[in-house]
Ligand binder design. Structure first.
Ligand code: ACO
Length: 204
């Protein structure tokens, strides 16, 4: 049965579901549960600080029983870098010791992400695209126009705050998401060949 989906603002009770979706879309858009021993660590990087520090820019899809998708944004990546460092990553690091360089496991990679924090890209385009976002839908919610709807909800919130543009990073291993963003009108800001693209969307 195809369930009706409601798009609504994030509520604190959604946190565990958002962490779960983060993991279930972590393998270049596909289920990453088999890759990580720690099911929470990716959420600590890509979800927790966003909803904790910028809850007004977080929206979810609710099928009546559970949350099946989200978009998480921040209006100002420079401010978010500083706040997430002071109020999030610096507190988490003692729980996630930096692994040795010989440890190539996905968990070790995720621990390194906690140590890297979320610095803003030092690029000339950042003033034009100061916001950034993450979006993930479970497979049952994909391909039904809900990704666009989530994006439009975030764009609306960012426009209301006078934000001129938003950027995102997408891995080269995720051609579906890459094509989705370009279809919506995102343009290429940067490319690291074979690894990832940085794309931008003009909100003015
Ligand atoms: N190629 C071309 N057009 C596409 C593609 C594609 N691969 N996918 C969607 N579209 C088009 C649709 O046809 C539709 O067009 P229209 O509105 O003009 O009719 C429009 O894009 C919107 O499509 P949706 O159905 O809203 O897309 P969906 O709900 O599947 O959301 C998303 C796309 C977010 C990539 C979703 O499939 C998903 O969550 N995938 C798994 C997780 C993932 O990869 N997340 C991105 C990680 S990168 C990051 O967060 C920055």
């Amino acid at each position: 049965m195809t369930r009706h989906l409601t798009l609504r603002p994030y509520a604190p009770a959604d946190l565990a579901a958002i962490y779960d979706i983060c993991l279930r879309t972590a393998d270049a858009g596909k289920d990453g549960t088999h890759l990580y021993r720690d099911p929470w660590v990716l959420g600590h990087r890509y979800a927790g600080p966003y909803v904790a520090l910028e809850p007004n820019y977080a929206f979810v899809l609710d099928d009546g029983e559970r949350v099946v998708g989200y978009i998480l944004g921040v209006p100002d990546s420079i401010r978010f870098a500083a706040e997430s460092e002071a109020k999030w990553f610096s507190l988490l690091r003692p729980l996630y010791p930096l692994p040795g360089s010989q440890d190539k496991s996905p968990d070790a990679g995720a621990h390194r992400l906690i140590h890297a924090g979320c610095p803003a890209p030092e690029q000339p385009w950042l003033s034009q695209y100061p916001a950034h976002l993450h979006i993930d839908l479970l497979p049952a919610a994909q391909g039904r126009g809900q990704g666009r709807a989530l994006m439009e909800a975030l764009w609306g919130a960012l426009r209301s705050a006078g934000v001129p543009g938003v950027h995102l990073g997408v891995g080269a291993a995720n051609p579906r998401a890459n094509a989705f963003y370009r279809h919506l009108g995102f343009t290429e800001l940067e490319k690291v060949e074979g690894r990832f693209w940085t794309l931008g969307y003009d909100l003015r």
